[in-house]
Design a binder for this molecule. Structure first.
Ligand code: NAD
Ligand code: MG
Length: 394
């Protein structure tokens, strides 16, 4: 790439977005910010626009676009609103690279727009791939889109696979992909006590600072379930080629086991700026602002098998992966509804898994080879979760 890499950061105001702009700000000679998007936190987006002077900013609501536009008068940033504007900035001619860091199903459309436009796509928005894996990956191969994983586990796997990996795990001598998981804040909480845990406790992750939705997903281990499905698509892996290992220190970000007995892994402090910097600069390496790993300070690393009674969401994700078709989209949609209800105090923590299981039961499993089918599964999953919520909610 000649000149500076021109970026659109979707979900700039979130945890990944902020970390991305932190890395970008360390390398003004390498990166230029062309577009920033944020749904609601106007103050944060305003400060980011002043700092990075993008050509475009996108917010959720028209009224907020007017407000922000007035505040940014004279800066040269055009403020737009809504879904169509997100899709538009993701596909702009003057953008080389799109950081897809919107949370949830809302990120699917602009991420797919970036893929279709052949941008280099840095994928944090795992839900897009979970929902629409077949459609998404078909577009990636049709367009030859460079797709780089930001999720720390998948970034670690990417780094541990041979350079230029072509989607043939067996052909590269890979036996298994081992995804590590911290086990979240409730790894050792007595199972009976889980009925009373609060959103604040669920969001207090021991190792990572993240948005609230993914924090709850980490507590239930649905996050790992979504990541198993994400790995299936990113690395063309069969369900039996993916194992989950609980590793409470979050230092080994994931591993690849080869047929000759070798196991390659990527390690580092738990800081998302490492995978972000890796993907931004790939195949080069740049400073990320992350402290070097101090093995003497860490001392020891631990591993455990996940307890599926404690983490039923992990089983549900494997069940959806094996069922295939629209099941992962239903799983994802029901999870979004259940997590939102839990965060709003309308659902007890153990009922998150029950709501998702009920939605998977209710919605018939059909193929999901088109975007229309994916969106229908998303709606059906949400509706089924709402029915289950009405039964289980408080
Ligand atoms: P976050 O909640 O901190 O930020 C989400 C961003 O999406 C914000 O900018 C918000 O304005 C935007 N957004 C929310 N709803 C939107 C909507 N309806 N339309 C448009 N924009 C919307 O979330 P996060 O922790 O930064 O996570 C972002 C994505 O990255 C998620 O898919 C998550 O699973 C993934 N991820 C995050 C981490 C992490 O450490 N935070 C690690 C791995 C993967
Ligand atoms: Mg992850």
């Amino acid at each position: 790439m000649t000149g500076r890499q021109r970026l659109a950061v979707l979900g700039a105001t979130g945890s990944i977005g902020v970390s991305t702009l932190d890395v970008v700000a360390r390398h003004p000679e390498r990166f230029e910010v062309v577009a920033l998007t944020g749904h609601r936190r106007l103050d944060v987006l305003e400060a980011q626009c002043r700092r990075h002077r993008p050509r475009y900013a996108v917010v959720g609501a028209e009224a907020d676009a007017k407000l922000l536009g007035a505040r940014l008068a004279g800066l040269g940033t055009e403020v737009l609103a809504g879904q169509a504007a997100l899709d538009e900035v993701a596909a702009l001619d003057e953008v080389d690279t799109v950081m897809a860091a919107i949370v949830g199903a809302a990120g699917l459309s602009p991420t797919l727009a970036a893929v279709r436009a052949g941008k280099k796509v840095l994928l944090a928005n795992k839900e897009a791939l979970v929902m629409a894996g077949a459609v998404f990956m078909a577009e990636v191969s049709r367009r030859g889109t460079p797709l780089l994983p930001i999720d720390s586990e998948h970034n670690a796997v990417f780094q541990s696979l041979p350079r230029g990996f072509d989607g043939n795990l067996a052909g590269c001598g890979v036996r298994k992909i081992l995804l590590t998981a911290s086990g979240g804040p409730f790894r050792a909480t007595p199972i009976e006590a889980l009925a009373r845990v609060t959103p604040e406790q669920a969001c207090a992750h021991p190792n990572w600072v993240m948005g609230r939705k993914i924090s709850v997903d980490s507590a239930t281990m649905m996050n790992k379930g979504l990541e198993v499905i994400e790995a299936r698509w990113l690395f063309n892996a069969m369900p039996d080629q993916i194992d989950v290992v609980i590793h409470p220190e979050s230092v080994i970000h994931s591993l690849v086991q080869y047929v000759d007995g070798s196991v390659l892994a990527q390690l580092g402090n738990p800081d998302m700026r490492t995978p972000i910097a890796h993907a931004l600069a790939y195949p080069e390496r740049i400073e990320a602002g992350v402290a070097p790993l101090d093995l003497f300070e860490i001392g020891r690393l631990n591993f455990e098998r996940p307890d599926l009674k404690r983490f039923p969401c992990l089983s549900l994700a494997f069940q959806a992966l094996r069922a295939g078709g629209n099941a992962p989209a239903v799983l994802n949609a029901a999870n979004e509804v259940a997590v939102q209800a839990f965060l709003e105090g309308r659902l007890a923590y153990p009922d998150i898994a029950r709501v998702i299981a009920a939605a998977l039961d209710e919605v018939p499993c059909v193929s999901a080879g088109t975007l229309e089918a994916v969106l229908a599964a998303d709606s059906a999953g949400r509706a089924a979760a709402q029915h289950a919520l009405a039964r289980a909610g408080r």
